[in-house]
Design a protein around this ligand. Sequence first.
Ligand SMILES: [Zn+2]
Length: 65
Amino acid sequence: MNTDIRCGHCGRKMAEGQYITLSIKCPRCRTLNHFKATSHPPAHQGVPNRTSPDANPSDHSLDRR
Ligand SMILES: [Zn+2]
């Protein structure tokens, strides 16, 4: 299903589709909008089969800020 991507400032519909993260500039009011998908696929959250838990801890802390 597609999501309406609207400008947070003037409400103009700029695009439609699916995204994980998106930066888009409104052509009308020139506000730069940053969007981030709130729903994650559950496969990425709790992976039980980790070979080494601290393989990349910095990658995790970057993701959680
Ligand atoms: Zn706008």
